[in-house]
Structure formats: C-alpha cells, structure tokens
Design a protein around this ligand. Structure first.
Ligand code: CP
Length: 296
C-alpha cells in the first residue's frame, strides 16, 4: 500500500505495522535509517499548517529524502494552471511521492486515482473528509497510555461537525475495537451522526472518562447557516479549572491543534501535567517518519 487517502480503505494490520515502527523510530531518533536517500517528495499545502507540514518535512529530511516545498501562492496556479496539470508537471520532474493538504472534501480519492502506481501519496487533510495521519498519531498517543483501546472511555468535546480529524479517528478507533466514545458540545456543532452526544454537563459528568479530546471551533469551514454563540460556548464548555472541578474529569487531555487559548481551553489547562498536546506533536514526527518509511 503506497497511497493513504483515508483510514477506511486500509487494513488494521497496516496500522499495527505503522505504530510498531513509530515506537522503533522514537527510540532511535535522531539516528534513523536513511531509507529515503535518492528519492524526492513534494509537500503541497493549499491550507495553512504548522504541525503536519513541518513534521513531514523534518521526518522526510531525517530519512534522507530530497524535499520540495510547493507553495500554491507562488506557483503557476496563479497564472491559471489547473490542479491536474500541476500534479502532472511535478510527476514529469520525477517526484517519487506527494503529501497534499487541500480544502476540497474527498479530493484524496481523485488524487489517488490520478497518480501512477509507483508514486506514493499521503493525504495531509482534505476538506471535512479526512486527516489520516492526525488520527494515527492520536491513536498512537492514546495507546501509549492505554494499551488496550477496547476499554478506552473517550469523550470528544467541541466542534465535531467541522472536524476532518474526527471521522478518521473514529474509523481508526473502530479498528482497535474502541466502543465507549461520546460527544459533548452545543447541538449546532454535533450532528445526529455522532452519538451518543450531550449538550449539557452536570456534576461529575466526566468522572470516569480516560481521555477528553478537545476541538477548536473551525470557523474557516463554517457555511452561512452554521451559527455559534462563542460567549455561550466558552461559558458552558471551555475546559478550565472550574469545568474540570465540576465535571470531575481526571484523565488525559488531548487536542489536535492548533489550540485557540481562551476559547475551548485555557493556557494553564492546555499545559497542565495531564495534557498530552505536545506529546501528540512529538509523536506526529515519529509516526510520519514511520509512515514514509513504509510506503516509499
Ligand atoms: N492538527 C493539525 O493538522 O495541525 P496543523 O494544521 O498545524 O498541521
């Protein structure tokens, strides 16, 4: 398998291999095998990114890849070249693999079918559809704390509807037999597809949960009728000292980033001892190195 458009199209055995290699690379970092020597990858990011783009770049360089950084803003797309012709042009330059983030839902399927068999591809986030490497690094981080994910108690809080991380994460957690997953936030941000969901918290509501996975409000993906009262959201759902005390939550906090400090979470909680946020970022580096090693 050398194309990763989403989670659903891949077998669990592949993820087992990725997670095992992530541990090996984490143990060996920074002295990892130069398996990418002589190969060229191209990063194409149509949307902003800090974690995904730079961890892929850092991992690829450590593996010995030559890395091309395609910037849509400074490319011939600005002169009217199409997406398809851009990819064909890069293929003609003998690029061996592509890492692509794009705002269009499900463009990863189209890209997968466009590319020759010997060229690898990893979806770095497409629209609301998928963010498979974020899901993999999240599940890796969860497994570091709870090896048997079948008994994990996970609550996902915030803007589930506009998240591309959550569909991928739910697909992957299903492969690891996780069943106790619920959702918390305003009804306008959590559709009926995500169940069970709760729009109110009561005392000790989260007392038995292992992980609280927090999402920012992703306004850049809102449609005209997606209204949200942010003041009300902060009042009811911001993860702060008072919220943790009231809900009795004592587990680990995760967030895919970027965090909006002062909105869905406060700074002291984001960097508290139970926060795995920076561990997620670090694991993302090792996991992307593992993935690149397996699919080249
Ligand atoms: N989680 C995530 O995709 O972060 P970036 O947008 O910074 O890559």
């Amino acid at each position: 398998m050398n194309k990763i458009p989403d989670i659903a199209s891949l077998e669990k055995v592949f993820f087992d291999e990725v997670l095992d290699l992530t541990t090996k690379i984490s143990d060996e970092w920074p002295n990892i095998e130069q398996v990418g020597a002589g190969k060229t990858i191209c990063l194409l990011f149509w949307e902003p990114s800090t974690r995904t783009k730079l961890s892929f770049e850092h991992a690829a360089k450590k593996l010995g890849f030559n890395v091309l950084d395609f910037s849509p803003e400074n490319s011939s797309l600005k002169k009217g070249e199409s997406f398809e012709d851009t990819i064909l042009t890069l293929l003609a330059m003998q690029v061996d693999g592509f890492i692509i983030r794009h705002p269009e839902d499900n463009i990863s399927k189209k890209i997968t079918s466009m590319l020759p068999e010997n060229v690898f591809y990893i979806n770095a986030g497409d629209g609301n559809y998928a963010h498979p490497t974020q899901a993999m690094l999240d599940v890796y981080t969860m497994k570091e704390k709870f090896d048997d994910l079948s008994s994990l108690k996970l609550t996902i809080l915030g803007d589930v509807n506009h998240s591309r991380v959550i569909p991928s994460q739910l697909e992957l957690l299903k492969k690891y037999s996780s069943k106790d997953i619920n959702f918390l936030g305003p009804e306008s941000l959590i559709s009926k597809n995500f169940s069970p969901s709760y729009s109110e918290v009561s005392e000790d509501f989260l007392v038995d949960r292992d992980i609280l996975y927090i999402l920012r409000i992703q306004k850049e993906r809102f449609k005209d009728d997606d209204g949200i009262d942010e003041t009300q959201f902060i009042e009811n759902f911001q993860v702060n000292e008072k919220f943790l005390k009231n809900t009795g939550f004592k587990g680990f906090l995760m967030h895919p980033g970027p965090m909006n400090i002062g909105a869905e979470i406060t700074r002291d909680i984001a960097h508290s001892k139970n926060s795995l946020v920076l561990r997620q970022v670090e694991n993302g580096l090792y996991l992307r190195a593992a993935l690149l090693s397996l699919i080249l």
